[in-house]
Design a binder for this molecule. Structure first.
Ligand code: PGA
Length: 259
């Protein structure tokens, strides 16, 4: 099964709306004509509309970093799936480890957000990954199983629904430490097996599984060479459009030809 790579940038809590707009414009220029991968950016909520306009006419996709599961209501500070759709988003990151770690995200709240996103026609990018302690104690696969079965419980993928999973070992996020391509491949293959258990082999074979954790231009190629690594969720290295575009163009030689 051919899966087109997806290179997604998570800008986290960086960049004002004006800075985001400028970076998005630059990224659109730098990725013009790129056919080897889909490219996506996820700016802060406050920048979504401006970035959506800056990306108009380009192939760069727009994602948000979180959403609330209710459609509307008295939920001060929260943002609904419909609001994201209205701001130009096609994707939304859900269950990032920083949300799990600092904002009380659980597998059940991930599940609710995934359900709301799919219902609104957004593609959820569901993040899973183990902490260093969990890896050291040999619990990596057990943790992934729990996050996947909890986060996707009773989530049915109907026609037209699509889902992306991001494997992000917590110890590799923003630390400069990357899982080895072999470690990442093992986790990805395991995740795909679990997805096959939930949705069947054909659907699981079509789901893109991204790797995240200190991805940079220097390590993207070796990661992408692994069969179950279908793209990257990039934090720090997505902030500078030049660096991020180099990651997105991982499949090209310097002269722009496909390798
Ligand atoms: P990083 O972040 O690339 O800065 O390690 C990845 C992420 O948190 O998605």
């Amino acid at each position: 099964m051919e899966r087109k790579p997806l290179i997604a940038g998570n800008w986290k809590m960086y960049k004002t709306p004006a800075e985001s707009e400028e970076a998005a414009r630059r990224l659109a220029e730098l990725t013009r004509g790129l056919t080897g991968a889909d490219v996506l950016v996820a700016p802060a909520h406050t920048a979504l509309v401006l970035v959506s306009r800056a990306l108009a006419g380009s192939d760069v996709l727009l994602g948000a970093q979180n959403l609330h599961w209710e459609k509307e209501g008295a939920f001060t500070g929260e943002i609904s799936a419909q609001m994201l759709v209205g701001s130009g988003c096609s994707h939304v990151i859900i269950g990032h480890s920083e949300r799990r770690q600092y904002f009380g995200e659980t597998d059940e709240t991930v599940r609710r957000r995934v359900e709301a996103a799919l219902e609104a026609g957004l593609v959820p990018i569901v993040c899973v990954g183990e902490t260093l302690e969990e890896r050291k104690s040999g619990d990596t696969l057990k943790v992934l199983d729990k996050q996947i079965s909890g986060g996707l419980k009773k989530i049915f993928l109907k026609d037209g629904h699509s889902l992306v999973v991001a494997y992000e070992p917590v110890w590799a996020i923003g630390t400069g430490l990357t899982a080895t391509p072999q470690e990442a491949q093992e986790a990805h293959a395991h995740i795909r097996k679990r997805l096959a258990g939930l949705y069947g082999e054909t659907t699981a074979a079509a789901i893109r599984i991204l790797y995240g954790g200190s991805v940079k231009p220097e390590n993207i190629r070796e990661l992408m060479a692994r069969p179950d690594i279908d793209g990257a969720l990039v934090g720090g290295a997505s902030l500078a459009p030049e660096t991020f575009a180099r990651i997105a163009r991982f499949g090209e030689t310097e002269s722009g030809l496909s390798t």
